[in-house]
Ligand binder design. Structure first.
Ligand code: ATP
Length: 764
């Protein structure tokens, strides 16, 4: 809605006046920062001058310690106030050029006057009048901007709900401290503003969406009523964006009790972590623990000596194998069973059983000499009945071992000494020999003590293997959960035992093994995590969820996924090839989480791709979760047929160059697998110099033309996407449908579907 000239000038003046005030505050803060910094340096330098060190008698020692503690206290206090001033300065530096982006006028019921609320990335108060010149976007009243069109409106504060009338909703574009544009918005947040944001080019890094958060997204960002929040969001509906703004919101709302260390975000891979790494700093928040589930598993299994497969290798195996191959079939059956909730029950029943017996121990040896035998450990562990948990008993066992190793070390020291005295090759005085023998004994026993502390003497892998080699054991455990061995038990068990014997730990075995390890060793819970957010939640199995719930017992969960993009094989995914079965996924998550306070929210509007691309992609999954385009139009996707491999390469290269010439700064050529990517890259290199190949090891990507397997492009977006070969020979099986859909939905503006021979049946 256009704004009158006078009003526009008033707004421009306000921008300039607020900016001046911010600049003045920055000067003050700058001085405070300098002053605090020199005070901290001065105290550090004179730390010892102000302490009278005296160690003549006990009283003096106590006095010296007290004076040191006091001096340390002063130093820490100064450091804190330095930090506070510096943080405040940093926040203002970030917003000085664009202090706010919106205004709402709100008249609370029963109040005579309207309040003008200006909303920005951080709040700013006039130090002289205490007037709030800018409200933080996360303040309760600011939610009115995201939630309501002009008219009756309510916002929630910790104490009560406040109702009234929203009289105005206005948006600003401010650059370098100058008002560039201002407009009033009606129903949703500025279609105009959103149009502008969405028609831009894709960036190498994701940006915050704080100026245009949509109402349904805002609900998720600010939800603090539910312990488990499940978000089914169409491709491009803003799930990742919402997850990150939610983190910023929670850190603001609970700033006195919650820090970034109390939150964890699971991302699909390191490339993706890098892609989203700018959002939280952009919002003025310290970045938080962001990890991949694979990193977590690798960390937990670092001392097993096993070769841990990653989920992408598992996927590559599934996508390149065929049903005719018996090993392939066994593997699929194995994955389906091990990712199920039924198997989780087996592991839990196993944990219970191990309280009575069955834990495997390793001998503790130096070279070939066994110092503590596995039988001894077994006898010690199970000798007396105990009501303690396995972990606590294990701790006691470690303590006993450490004491025993101390004795062994003392004996070894004596033996070394006697040997030195006897043998002429050792020369030295008696104290020297004593010292040498002490060092030798320490060196010999230290690695064993390390093993005792790390519980490396517990053979968790052996116990996990028992589950597959001991049919009676497995049968007994699964019967306790009221279930039966899976039909394909024989092939699952022999396939798993064979892999473990070769030192290979398949991805589907990693979480169960880590869970068993946690049960036996007692290091299962991480109590400090209060919020766990999982992006691409459809890629986690029922087993994963049940495990995460155990791992973070105090946490609230936000699980954001799109079951249309479920490309990994797991227990629930197997029957859901055309997207029809996704509803089961939610109920199964809710069941697993065993929480009454579970809420499922659906986001159907896609903000990434043009209407034409969204319509095209929808044809691939006719029974899938709904997806609606945001009203942005562009060129229709092109279908480009090649008759030969050579022609295909030329077609793809031409398409990439055409898109670049047309203004696309990021162009992604997507293949089905890493194997296809490698071959295509070789063929395209001469035609597209500078073509970058992205692999699962890539940590960062830059604008330009790149090629990668579609599964690695998950979560990312590009101006133009070119499908390398969408022929029926490549995409035809049910398991490939969602991958194909995922690939199509990565495009913002252009989608070119190249294919060799016949087109995939997924595009009727
Ligand atoms: N409210 C919004 N305002 C502006 N841009 C938005 C908004 N919501 C989403 N977007 C943009 O839409 C694109 C897709 O967002 P995002 O990656 O968060 O979606 P997603 O649901 O995680 O997608 P996918 O499941 O396909 O990975 C991004 O460019 C994001 O900036």
């Amino acid at each position: 809605m256009p704004i009158e000239k006078e009003e526009r000038e008033r707004e421009a003046q306000r921008v300039s006046s607020v900016r001046t005030q911010i600049q003045e505050r920055m000067v003050d803060l700058g001085e405070t920062v300098d002053q605090r910094r020199s005070e901290v340096t001065a105290i550090g330098r004179s730390f010892w001058d102000d302490i009278s060190v005296n160690a003549d008698n006990a009283d003096d020692i106590i006095e010296t310690a007290a004076s040191m503690a006091q001096q340390e206290h002063v130093l820490q206090g100064q450091k804190r106030s330095f930090q506070v001033a510096q943080d405040a300065l940093y926040k203002l530096q970030r917003v000085v050029d664009a202090p706010y982006f919106a205004r709402i006028d709100f008249q609370e019921s029963g109040e005579p006057e309207r309040e003008k609320i200006y909303i920005g990335l951080t709040s700013f108060i006039d130090p002289k009048t205490d007037e709030i010149l800018i409200y933080d976007w996360r303040a309760p009243i600011a939610s009115l901007f995201y939630d309501y069109p002009p008219g009756p409106a309510t916002y929630r504060t910790p104490e009560m709900d406040v109702s009234g009338e929203l009289l105005l909703k206005r948006q600003y574009i401010i650059k370098a401290g100058e008002l560039q544009d201002v407009f009033d918005t009606g129903i949703s947040i500025g279609d105009e503003m959103l149009q502008k944001m969405l028609s831009r080019s894709a960036d190498e890094k994701m940006h915050s969406i704080v100026t245009t958060i949509q109402r349904e997204q805002n609900q998720i960002i600010r939800d603090d009523r539910h312990k488990v929040l499940v978000v089914q969001g169409a491709a491009g509906s803003g799930k990742t964006s919402v997850a990150l703004q939610r983190i910023a919101y929670l850190l603001y709302k609970y700033r006195t009790t919650l820090s970034a260390d109390n939150m964890i975000l699971f991302s699909p891979n390191s490339l993706f972590s890098d892609y989203v790494s700018h959002v939280l700093p952009e919002l003025g928040e310290a970045t938080m623990q962001q990890t991949t589930f694979q990193d977590y598993l690798t960390h937990k299994l670092s001392n097993t000596g096993l070769e841990l497969e990653d989920p992408y290798d598992q996927l590559e195996f599934i996508l390149t194998g065929t049903e005719q191959d018996s090993a392939y079939k066994s593997r699929l059956q194995s994955i389906s069973y091990k990712t199920s909730a039924a198997f989780l029950n087996v592991i839990e029943a196993y944990g219970e059983k191990l309280k009575q017996g069955g834990i495997r121990f390793h001998n503790l040896s130096v070279g070939t000499k066994v110092l503590i035998t596995a039988d001894e450990l077994n006898e010690r562990f199970y000798g007396k009945t105990s009501i303690l948990a396995l972990g606590e008993r294990m701790e006691q066992l470690s303590e006993w071992m450490l004491e025993k190793l101390d004795e062994i070390q003392a004996d070894a020291q004596k033996r070394f000494y006697r040997k030195m005295v006897r043998e002429p090759k050792y020369v030295g005085t008696e104290p020297e020999m004593k010292k040498m023998s002490k060092i030798k004994a320490h060196k010999a026993i230290a690695p064993l003590k390390e093993k005792a502390r790390n519980l490396a003497y517990v053979d968790v892998l052996g116990m996990y293997r028992d589950l597959y080699t001991n049919r009676e054991l497995h049968q007994e455990l699964i019967a306790q959960a009221g279930q039966q061995l899976p039909g394909a038990w024989e092939s699952i068990s022999s396939f798993t035992a064979a892999a473990l014997d070769q030192g290979i730990l398949h991805y589907e075995d990693a979480t169960p093994l880590v869970y068993l390890k946690g049960l036996v060793e007692g290091q299962l819970r991480v109590g400090t995590i209060r919020y766990c957010l999982v992006d691409e939640a459809q890629d986690y199995s029922p087993f994963h969820y049940a495990y995460l719930k155990k791992l973070f017992p105090r946490a609230r969960f936000t699980l954001l996924g799109d079951w249309n993009q479920g490309i990994f094989t797991h227990a629930n995914a197997a029957s859901d090839a055309d997207g029809e079965g996704s509803k089961n996924e939610y109920s199964s998550i809710s069941e697993l989480m065993k929480e009454d306070e579970t809420e499922t929210i659906r986001l159907v509007k896609s903000y990434r791709s043009t209407r034409e691309i969204v319509d095209f992609a929808s044809r691939v999954l006719p029974f899938g979760e709904p997806i609606e385009p945001f009203s942005r139009s562009g060129e229709a996707p092109r279908l480009l047929r090649a008759a030969s491999e050579n022609e295909l390469r030329h077609l793809v290269a031409d398409a990439a160059l055409t898109r670049q010439r047309g203004g696309a700064s990021s162009v992604a050529i997507l293949c089905k697998t890493a194997r296809e990517t490698e071959a295509a890259h070789e063929g395209l290199k001469p035609l597209l110099p500078g073509l970058a190949r992205i692999t699962k090891e890539t940590l960062h990507y830059e604008a330009g033309v790149m090629i990668m397997p579609a599964y690695l492009a998950k979560g990312l977006e590009f101006d133009a996407v070119i499908l390398y070969d969408a022929g029926a020979a490549v995409y035809a099986e049910a398991k490939e449908r969602k991958l194909f859909y995922t690939a199509c939905t990565r495009a913002l503006h252009y989608l070119d579907v190249c294919y060799l021979g016949e087109l995939t049946p997924f595009l009727p």
